[in-house]
Ligand binder design. Structure first.
Ligand code: GYE
Length: 312
């Protein structure tokens, strides 16, 4: 259709909507749950899904999006691995009249007409919740409190925002010091689950004498780091407090074992909401520019009760 024409007009035989989905990869338990949710929701909604896994590489995601454009899909959804560098390919989608839905992660662009909506969590809020838990937990303690930080994928929205939100929450209190901060890539490295979180934590334990707190931007890195802490002869959750984000089942198990102190939830089960939004944008209906996910904070003492009902 001509640009601007309702894209609903070009739906394939039987009026079935085709969605191209460019996923980040399979780096974490969160991501695996997110993929499953999108695939199941597409099936349920009768949407034909073309799914691509970019293995954490932006160039692969750009390639996938270009393929979707060539295939004339009705709608493109994707979770941008990093925030910057999307304008060109998103302009190509726009010129082809294909609406784009950002899922889970946002892009950094001045031109908000390049996508219809952004469905996902507020990562700054998550970072703040992590920092607020920490300031409350140490309300009656003396400083200094030495914090090491395991960041997510460099340049990704969740790494940038979880770092910023946390820093903001602890800034006013001089006792809190981030003594080391490095990327653990949210992994699950190839074949070796949680390799990077463990590896970077080992380096932290070598370079820092006195670590009081670990703040990990996701559970997989936290679980890897816990192994490193235990192997160094220290007790995770006690000698070193552990703060994590996501809320995968394994992290709840680690909380019930006393090894993680708090998990800030980030909900990966976005599939149904995504398919709802896709149907609307393909029909040319207006959708809110931002659809935020609902999530909570789970301190250790709430873990055992919550564990049976965790869905990912
Ligand atoms: O926290 C992490 C995953 O973008 C919110 O990506 C997502 C993050 C999630 O690898 O585990």
């Amino acid at each position: 259709p001509a640009p601007g024409q309702a894209s609903g007009a070009k739906k394939g035989a039987g009026g079935r909507i085709t969605m191209g989905f460019a996923q980040v990869g399979a780096e974490s338990g969160w991501r695996t749950a997110n993929t499953k949710s999108v695939q199941e929701a597409a099936k349920k909604a009768g949407i034909e899904l073309k799914f691509s896994d970019a293995q954490q590489k932006q160039e692969n995601q750009i390639k996938a999006i270009r393929t979707f454009i060539q295939q004339k899909v009705d709608v493109i959804a994707f979770s941008p691995v990093v925030e910057s560098g999307w304008d060109t390919v998103l302009k190509e989608a726009k010129d082809a009249g294909i609406p784009v839905i950002l899922t889970d992660r946002a892009v950094d662009t001045k031109d908000t007409s390049l996508y219809k909506t952004f469905l996902g969590s507020d990562f700054v809020k998550e970072g703040k919740a992590a920092g607020e838990w920490l300031t409350a937990a140490y309300a009656n303690e003396q400083g200094p409190v030495n914090i090491v930080e395991l960041q997510g994928t460099t340049g990704s929205a969740p790494a940038n925002d979880r770092k910023a939100g946390f820093a903001e929450a602890i800034r006013a209190d001089g006792r809190f010091r981030i003594v080391a901060s490095q990327s653990g890539e949210f992994t699950r490295a190839k074949g070796k689950t949680r390799a990077k979180g463990k590896e970077v934590m080992q380096a932290f334990l070598k370079s820092q004498k006195d670590i009081n707190v670990l703040y990990a931007h996701n559970d997989d890195m936290a679980l890897g780091a816990i192994q490193a802490i235990e192997e160094s002869g220290k007790k995770p959750g006690t000698d070193i407090k552990v703060i994590s984000v996501d809320g995968i089942k394994d992290a709840f198990v680690a909380m019930t074992e006393g090894k993680i102190n708090v998990v800030v939830e980030c909900n990966p089960l976005l599939g149904d909401q995504l398919m709802e939004l896709a149907k609307k944008v393909v029909a040319g209906e207006s959708v809110p520019a931002r659809v935020e996910t609902q999530e909570g904070v789970f301190p250790q003492d709430k873990a055992a009760a919550a564990l049976p009902s965790r869905k990912y």
